[in-house]
Design a protein around this ligand. Structure first.
Ligand code: PMV
Length: 335
């Protein structure tokens, strides 16, 4: 017997950086769900009555003891999955559809897919709404950002004053989107392919004693609130301003934590400056954001695709190792 889930990654426009309690965010975050960058997780299982059924994890065809340990530990900790785990021998095969070692974080798509497939196996009769809500919460317990991959094209995670249903427990979909933001593209410019030196877990931890933590959490909530409105009214100028400010604030937190560090590379800065010049000269609505790494995401509406791709190929490609043209998506599926 087997069941597969395929879930996409997402890119935060308002960043989650700093956590408390059981993987709860210190501020709200708001993201764009991607389409091409996703993880596929296949679970092959057999009923088993022995005391300790086997659990194996393969990543891109290879047995992966480190992921096996991490994922098994995560699954065993969730009461929802315990009965299924106790009664089946399980083999998990996971693969990312984005190219190997691009430096793109895969924890969001991976934990969304893992939570989704095990939830379906454990509780097959949930309604779509219940499945997404529970799945988002369970994915959050694996990796915070994974909670947002259950919805698309836009999702909000974290309690936000004045926004009904917003909660730290799971992400919710953002329903009211102006046509200007209903067809967005994301060109991911890969500057470095190596895995990042400082993990997100460590980065979140450094926010605990960060001198600017309080202001940062307030600023992020303020940005979420404003961005929700901007997405409704279709104001691209404000979208650019909030998104870029968030990306730089995230990296500013890294540079100003007690154990400071820098994840941007010279090429990251060259890309950002070239983009600023291009936007100044042409007025094209395109902006950047950054993950917790040196790679740059360029966001622009579908209507600007040809124009932006010309710019990317002629002016930005020299700064990159590779690039991925992605676009917004609607979330994942189990099949
Ligand atoms: O989900 P985590 O624990 O890998 O943290 C993700 C943090 C950022 O990607 C930098 C921001 C975000 O909101 O996705």
């Amino acid at each position: 017997m087997e069941l597969t889930a395929q879930y996409p990654s997402n890119i935060a426009l308002v960043k989650y950086w700093g956590k408390k309690g059981q993987q709860l965010p210190c501020n709200s975050s708001l993201s764009l769900t991607l389409r091409e960058a996703h993880t596929r997780v296949k679970v092959t299982y057999e009923q088993q009555h022995s005391a300790q059924p086997a659990f194996q994890y393969f990543f891109e065809g290879q047995h992966h003891p480190a992921f096996e340990h991490k994922v098994h530990h995560y699954l065993k900790a969730q009461p929802e999955f315990q009965t299924f785990l106790a009664h089946h021998t399980i083999r998990v095969d996971s693969e990312n559809t984005f190219p190997h070692s691009t430096g793109i974080a895969s924890s969001a798509s991976a934990f969304a897919a893992i939570a989704a497939v095990f939830l379906k196996l454990s509780q097959p009769n949930l309604s779509t709404a219940e499945f997404r809500q529970k799945g988002s919460r369970l994915a959050r317990l694996g990796s915070g950002s994974a909670s947002r991959s259950f919805y698309g094209p836009y999702a909000l995670w974290g309690e936000l004053a004045g926004v009904p249903d917003s909660t730290d427990d799971y992400a919710i979909p953002i329903e009211e989107i102006h046509p200007n933001f209903q067809a967005m593209r994301d060109c991911i410019l890969i500057v470095e392919q190596k895995t990042k030196k400082v993990s997100s877990t460590l980065g979140h931890g450094l926010m605990k004693e960060h001198p600017y933590a309080h202001q940062r959490f307030q600023e992020a909530n303020h940005h979420s609130k404003n961005l929700l409105e901007v997405l409704q009214i279709g104001d691209f100028e404000q979208f650019i301003s909030i998104t870029e400010s968030e990306a730089l604030s995230l990296h500013a937190m890294m540079m100003t934590s007690k154990e400071y560090y820098l994840l941007m590379k010279p090429e990251t800065i060259q890309i950002i400056n070239t983009l600023f010049e291009y936007r100044e000269a042409t007025g094209t609505p395109v902006c950047f954001t950054l993950d917790a790494g040196p790679n740059v995401h360029l966001l622009y509406p579908e209507s600007q695709k040809n124009e932006v791709h010309r710019f990317v190929e002629s002016e930005l490609r020299p700064f990159t190792k590779s690039l991925i043209y992605d676009q917004m998506g609607v979330g994942g599926q189990v099949f």
